[in-house]
Design a binder for this molecule. Structure first.
Ligand code: FE2
Length: 215
């Protein structure tokens, strides 16, 4: 066997080994999430003591978002969305708010409010739910691109935080219709649009695309 052939065979062998290792890891992490029992209220209970205004605000808001997401999901069977995932992740998307400084919603943490998405993601990753974590991280505004984060000098990690899966996009969209200061109100499309305008033009066009997809 000549040297060239041996080098080629060695390269193929290395590629196969890498492929197997990578594949094993991917399967392991998705199996880990799949097999883990998820009860959103167990996680809420852990971080939000009962009978506090803070918990009430979180739960009422999250139920509104989950309710709207469910209505949209039921109206669009052709999108084949994962119902239990949407319900769980919608209930947990704001789990990080208690770590932020937002006295108007009874949160007295040290971080700026905009950090609640990635902080919530850190909590859910630590709980063993990496896919639900992505919903937390990708729901701020109409999602934030790495460029948005850099341009606006936002105090959050520098990585893409745009909703990717349809489930992530749906929860982000439904969230834009509810604030946590006016818990009894569902915003109109126009009002929801206004509330994300501050995050830039690209967010607005994503929101408009979701209106034609989901409404
Ligand atoms: Fe929210």
């Amino acid at each position: 066997m000549n040297r060239k052939k041996r080098v080629k065979e060695f390269r193929v062998c290395i590629s196969v080994i890498f492929f197997v290792i990578l594949h094993k890891n991917i399967n392991f992490s998705s199996r880990e999430q799949k097999n883990k029992h998820m009860n959103p209220y167990e996680i809420i209970d852990k971080y939000y003591p009962e009978n506090t205004e803070q918990r009430q605000i979180l739960v009422i808001h999250s139920l509104s978002v989950s309710g709207k997401a469910m209505k949209i999901l039921d109206a669009h069977p052709e999108l084949r969305l994962n119902r239990s995932f949407v319900k769980e992740a919608a209930l947990l998307h704001d789990i990080g708010i208690f770590q932020t400084d937002a006295p108007a919603i009874q949160c007295f943490g040290e971080n700026p409010y905009i950090a609640h998405g990635y902080l919530g993601a850190e909590i859910l990753r630590a709980e063993g739910f990496p896919q639900h974590a992505l919903v937390c991280e990708r729901h701020t505004g109409a999602g934030l691109s790495l460029q948005d984060i850099i341009d606006q000098q936002l105090p959050i990690p520098h990585r893409e935080m745009l909703p990717v899966t349809m489930e992530e996009q749906l929860i982000c969209f439904a969230d834009k219709f509810f604030s946590k200061t006016r818990l009894d109100e569902e915003k109109t499309v126009e009002k929801a649009r206004k509330s994300i305008a501050k995050y830039g033009e690209e967010g607005l066009s994503r929101f408009d695309r979701w209106c034609s997809l989901f409404l």
